[in-house]
Structures are given as structure tokens and as C-alpha cells.
Design a protein around this ligand. Structure first.
Ligand SMILES: NC(=O)c1ccc[n+]([C@@H]2O[C@H](COP(=O)([O-])OP(=O)(O)OC[C@H]3O[C@@H](n4cnc5c(N)ncnc54)[C@H](OP(=O)(O)O)[C@@H]3O)[C@@H](O)[C@H]2O)c1
Length: 324
């Protein structure tokens, strides 16, 4: 089911949409957004815009500014850059915020002649967690990865009520910068850097959110050698405590990170992608990346046209593996 938000005065003409990024040949966004067009009964096109240089990225954004495009998605490596191009941020329902975006953006749209951007990654992750009945209120969360996606979801984890957030990133200055930013926007919440690769004897947490590129674009979910690389994490402390393991990465289920969690004795939790009977909500949330992908894509339409799209309908599009 999809409904249109009349307040946003969605255009009725054919839409010209696309994704700006580098190395995006594998992207499933076209498939998701074509499915959304179909469920909305709209006509339009969704193209991939490969940009290796800033000049190329700028040329694509210029097409949006000039009205040749109606909306853009943005992915690696252009999310922080795209945020810096925007005059104003957009909130989760597409309202224009008073200042520029305060985080990397995955969605660009024009409002009154001004380039505006928002991120649906965080809300999309929260949708996926909510589907597994994960309540973040008072939760202590470890975020692995402070790249574009990590930086985008972190504020939402705090907004959803997380009481503590540890951020670990291979490049520690990135983790540090994110923690400083989060401390400004969410004072009163315990936000700390967890040094990358340094063995942690114990860290009692309720959930791990994996947001590095480990496992990205790989069909094979598990390689024994990777156990060594992630041995510094206190897996045994999480075993039997109902720790939730969500992964932003999609493409294989379990993902490589989730396969490690399973290998370390964390039980399988909810399967978010299929219609399978629900099992225990805690543990490794299989299909979390796909569920988030569908949810963030559905939410993009609030920012582009005001349309409401049910993300569960888009999950079906993800099951067609050749429909990328
Ligand atoms: N499901 C969804 O809807 C969704 C949405 C957004 C992103 N994602 C996925 O999330 C992942 C991250 O995306 P992103 O946009 O944040 O990418 P990004 O901006 O390029 O950041 C990459 C992250 O991965 C880390 N990393 C890369 N190679 C590493 C290595 N060999 N060892 C350890 N860490 C490494 C980086 O650490 P350094 O800073 O040290 O380089 C950084 O934290 C991708 O797989 C992406 O597809 C999924």
C-alpha cells in the first residue's frame, strides 16, 4: 500500500530520479525505486550516475539544480560532500530545516530553488530494528564504523533513546570526530570512542550495529581468517545476554560480520527479509541490511515527493537477486 501526502503537492509528471556514487554498478536502488514507482502508480526513470571525481559529481548535482532531475540518491563516497553542497537539511518527513544538514546525506531534492538534503539511513535502520521489536530506549550500543553510514545512523540511535554509544572505527580520528559531534547534539548521553583493534575484556552492551564495509559486495558470507581480525571484540561477554547484532551491510545472509557473531555463539534472532515464522527477537538480526535498505528507500519518497511508501512492499523487490 502506498499513499500520497497531499500537503507536499507531489508532481504528477514523469519523474527523473537517480543515484550518484562511485562503483555503483551493483546497486539495488534502481530496482527498489522502480518498485516504488510501480506501487505508487507513477511513471519515471531511475538512472545510475557514476562519479569518480568531484567535478563529475558536481555535474550530476547541477542537473538537479537545473530541474533536469527531480531527485537524487547519494552513496559512497559522496554523502558528506553532498551535505556540504546543501543550503538546507531535510528532516525525516521532508520538512526543510533551518540550517544545512548536520550529517552525511543520502537524498537530495530542490525546495524553492535551493538544494536540500537529508538522510533516510538512520530512520531506515530504526524501521528495521522496530520490525524486530528492538527497543533502543535505555540501550547501550556499540557502533562499528564511523564512515558515511555510521555517521548518519549514530544520531538516530541517540534520538531513539540509546543511553550509551561506543564508536569504534579503523581510523580513530573519524570515530573521535563523530563522538565530538554526537556529544554536541545529544548532551547527557554517554558517547565514547572504543579504540579499534584493542582487545576489550568486557563491554556490556545491548546491541552491536556494524557499519563498516566488511563483507560489502560479497556472496560468500564467511571466511575463517576474518575471525582473527575481529578477535578484539568481547564476543564471549555478549553470548547469552541477548545482545542484538544488526548489520548495515547487505547481499549475503548472514553477512560476514553476522557469520562471525554466530560462530562466536551469539544465537540467530529474527529474519527480517523473508516472511518466515518469527523466532526469538534477540541475537543476530538476519536480513537487517536488506530491511534497512528497503526502509530507507521507502522513506526517500517523503523527501522527494511526499509520497508514503510501505517499505515492506519494497522488500519483495530485494528478493529478486538479478533485479539490481
Ligand atoms: N542497508 C542500507 O540501507 C545501507 C545504507 C548505507 C550503507 N550501507 C552499507 O554500509 C557499509 C558502509 O557504508 P558507508 O557509506 O559508511 O561507507 P564509507 O563511508 O566508505 O565508510 C566505510 C567504513 O568502513 C570502514 N572500513 C573500510 N575498509 C575497512 C577495513 N578493511 N577494515 C576496517 N574498516 C574498514 C571505514 O573505516 P575507515 O574510516 O578507517 O576507512 C569506514 O568506517 C557499506 O557496506 C554500505 O553498503 C547499507
Amino acid at each position: 500500500m502506498a499513499t500520497r501526502d497531499p500537503a507536499n503537492g507531489a508532481a504528477t509528471r514523469d519523474l527523473r530520479l537517480g543515484l550518484l556514487g562511485a562503483g555503483i554498478g551493483h546497486s539495488r536502488s534502481p530496482h527498489l525505486h522502480r518498485a516504488a514507482l510501480q506501487t505508487l502508480g507513477r511513471k519515471g526513470t531511475y538512472e545510475l550516475f557514476e562519479a569518480e571525481s568531484e567535478a563529475q559529481a558536481q555535474a550530476v548535482v547541477q542537473r538537479l539544480r537545473a530541474g533536469e532531475l527531480d531527485g537524487l540518491n547519494v552513496t559512497t563516497p559522496w554523502k558528506p560532500w553532498a551535505a556540504a553542497q546543501c543550503a538546507f537539511g531535510l528532516d525525516a518527513v521532508g520538512r526543510v530545516l533551518p540550517g544545512p544538514p548536520d550529517r552525511p546525506v543520502n537524498t537530495l531534492a530542490m525546495r524553492d530553488g535551493q538544494l536540500c538534503g537529508g538522510s533516510t539511513d538512520g530512520p531506515g535502520l530504526l524501521d528495521a530494528l522496530a520490525a524486530a521489536d528492538v527497543d533502543l530506549r535505555g540501550a547501550r550500543v556499540l557502533l562499528l564504523g564511523a564512515g558515511g553510514a555510521g555517521a548518519a545512523v549514530a544520531p538516530e540511535l541517540l534520538a531513539a533513546g540509546a543511553a550509551g554509544l561506543w564508536v569504534a572505527n579503523r581510523a580513530q580520528d573519524r570515530a573521535q570526530a563523530l563522538v565530538v559531534h554526537l556529544s554536541r547534539i545529544g548532551p547527557g548521553v554517554e558517547v565514547r570512542v572504543l579504540p579499534w583493534g584493542q582487545r576489550v575484556p568486557d563491554l556490556t552492551i545491548d546491541g552491536v550495529v556494524h557499519a563498516t564495509r566488511f563483507g560489502h559486495g560479497e556472496g560468500q558470507p564467511y571466511d575463517r581468517a576474518d575471525v582473527v581480525a575481529w578477535d578484539w571484540l568481547p564476543w564471549s561477554a555478549w553470548r547469552g545476554r541477548g545482545t542484538v547484532v544488526a548489520d548495515l551491510v547487505y547481499g549475503a545472509s548472514p553477512t560476514r560480520f553476522q557469520a562471525l557473531a554466530l560462530a562466536h555463539g551469539i544465537p540467530a534472532g529474527r529474519q527480517l527479509l523473508g516472511d518466515e515464522a518469527q523466532v526469538a527477537p534477540r541475537g543476530v538480526l538476519l536480513g537487517s541490511g536488506e530491511a534497512m535498505l528497503a526502509a530507507q528507500a521507502a522513506r526517500v519518497w517523503r523527501l522527494w515527493t511526499g509520497d508514503l511508501v510501505d517499505w515492506r512492499e519494497l522488500k519483495t523487490a530485494l528478493r529478486t537477486r538479478d533485479g539490481r
